[in-house]
Design a protein around this ligand. Structure first.
Ligand SMILES: Cc1cc2nc3c(=O)[nH]c(=O)nc-3n(C[C@H](O)[C@H](O)[C@H](O)COP(=O)(O)OP(=O)(O)OC[C@H]3O[C@@H](n4cnc5c(N)ncnc54)[C@H](O)[C@@H]3O)c2cc1C
Length: 468
């Protein structure tokens, strides 16, 4: 074939109605929605796997899957607070589990988790930290509207709770801020907005874990979709009618419409060049929102030496929130596994450490809490910040940012480019369900543009929870 014809052929084969960039929950949700509406979509994924920040690998003596990223269904539903759109509906992640007979295990219902608090001096902490925690929570809930847009949670709380520098009270307050706001949002309380903290909500009902892993849910969403792996997109050109998407290998794909479902951190890092550049308002919103960091150290032991019924073992370190929380996996899955967590800023202390150093640090804490601890027989650590295609864990509203920015980022440009991801649905920001819904919402807009009639069909699917 002549070179000119080869090019033509390649172009014809690389022509799509819709291209979706990224095969995480958002990209898969978008592509599935389009497929159901009869629109041909192809997903270009940089990695050699689906799931993105939902990732599970075989671990431990039984080689069963363990979640390295997203794992909880944050509220099964039905309903989500007073959000009208979700009244009487289940969390879409749970809906998929129900429809496909995937077992879930109750972890806890809101504040009902069983916790024990240890500290670096050994044994359980002698202070009533829950009393101080409640005061801090009440204060923030009642007064957050008085906070300046630029004020962080740390600054706002410390204006009120002004403990002496270096005192034990100050250390406990720092721990509380990391435990309560750092761990929940994975983000440093010194960066999180005080004004908009906790304006997001979760679904009602219990928070469940999935023995077969969160990935089992996304595997179902991915069924039947057209996904190309190892396709790192580096450029999206939307100057003309047809959008041209270029990969690192120089391959060009052409589409009428593109849904960009890469993490916010990838947009922040400008790993994809947009031509023309993105509108200023969108760029400012992207840069202004925060991306959290959270990592796990997963330890398997030959036997359980901890209290089988406790959900969380909390640890108050001497100088910071290192290894603030440890989850008792045995309670839910009957596997002798502890899952330790670090959130920002503490994750940064570990990013450049070797696996052995991370293990040694985690095990020191385990021994402080449980002097009779044995050596782990298997372990695994995550380093999400260093993953080229994640660069972090999930988004949050940073100081000087606001919830409206989530909508600004996802807003389509010239009905050619859409954006979706866990940041794209503020009400459930940071979750797998937010990503899935955000992807579906972008797809829905495209379906509406293509054909009004299809919209009615989609609406029917949507209202009857028949989509996935
Ligand atoms: C440690 C951890 C714990 C978590 N815990 C929970 C939890 O318990 N419950 C919960 O609901 N959520 C949790 N989350 C958050 C949840 O996993 C994410 O919010 C969600 O999975 C994000 O989905 P997404 O589709 O927006 O992004 P991603 O899953 O990151 O998907 C984006 C995709 O884009 C791809 N990509 C990136 N760059 C390019 C490129 N240039 N070209 C092509 N493809 C590209 C990536 O490889 C990836 O597959 C957790 C996350 C982490 C990391």
């Amino acid at each position: 074939m002549e070179p000119k014809n080869v090019l033509k052929n390649l172009q014809a084969n690389n022509n799509f109605e819709v291209l979706v960039i990224g095969a995480g929950a958002a990209g898969l949700g978008a592509a599935k929605y389009l497929k159901k509406a009869g629109i041909k979509a192809k997903i270009l994924e940089a990695r050699d796997r689906i799931g993105g920040r939902v990732h599970a690998v075989p671990f431990g003596s039984d080689s069963k899957l363990i979640d390295l990223g997203g794992q909880w269904i944050h509220g099964l539903g039905p309903s989500a607070g007073d959000l009208k759109d979700w009244q009487g509906k289940l969390n879409p992640i749970y809906q998929i589990a129900v429809d496909n007979n995937i077992q879930t295990v109750k972890a806890w219902h809101l504040q009902s988790r069983i916790q024990k608090n240890f500290w670096y001096k050994g044994g359980e902490i002698p202070h009533d930290i829950w009393g101080i925690l409640e005061q801090v929570e009440d204060y923030l809930e009642e007064h957050n509207e008085e906070a300046d847009e630029s004020e962080t949670i740390d600054q706002f709380v410390k204006r009120k709770f002004n403990y002496e520098k270096g005192s034990e009270e100050e250390m406990i307050l720092d721990w509380i801020l990391i435990y309560r706001f750092g761990q929940d949002y994975g983000a440093n309380p010194k960066n999180q907005s005080a004004r908009y903290q906790e304006e997001d909500i979760i679904f009602d009902g219990t928070e469940d874990l999935i023995p077969e892993s969160m990935l089992s849910i996304l595997n179902i969403v991915a069924e039947g979709l057209d996904i190309m792996f190892n396709q790192q997109v580096t450029e999206i050109n939307y100057e003309r009618d047809q959008v041209v998407v270029k990969t690192k290998e120089g391959i060009e794909y052409f589409a009428q419409k593109v849904i960009v479902c890469v993490p916010l951190s990838i947009l922040k890092a400008k790993d994809i060049q947009f031509k023309p550049v993105l509108p200023e308002e969108k760029q400012n919103s992207i840069q202004s929102m925060g991306v959290a960091q959270m990592d796990k150290l997963i330890l398997e032991f030959d036997k359980v030496f901890w209290d089988e019924e406790t959900d969380w073992f909390n640890y108050i370190a001497e100088r910071n929130g290192d290894w603030c929380q440890t989850l008792n996996i045995y309670k839910y899955f009957q596997r002798p596994i502890l899952m330790m967590f670090n959130a920002e800023p503490n994750t940064h202390n570990f990013e450049d450490m070797t696996d052995e150093e991370v293990l040694a640090s985690g095990m020191k804490v385990i021994r402080d809490m449980f002097p009779n601890a044995t050596e782990p027989i298997n372990y695994l650590r995550t380093n999400w910040n260093k993953e080229e295609f994640s660069k972090g864990t999930f988004s949050y509203i940073a100081a000087n940012s606001k919830p409206e920015y989530c909508e600004v980022i996802t807003r389509n440009i010239d009905s050619k480019i859409w954006f979706a991801g866990e940041y794209g649905y503020f009400d459930f920001i940071g979750t797998v369900n937010a990503a899935l819904i955000s992807g579906e919402n972008s797809a829905k807009e495209i379906v509406i543009q293509y054909n009004k009639k299809t919209e009615e069909i989609c609406q029917h699917f949507y209202e009857n929870d028949m989509f996935l």
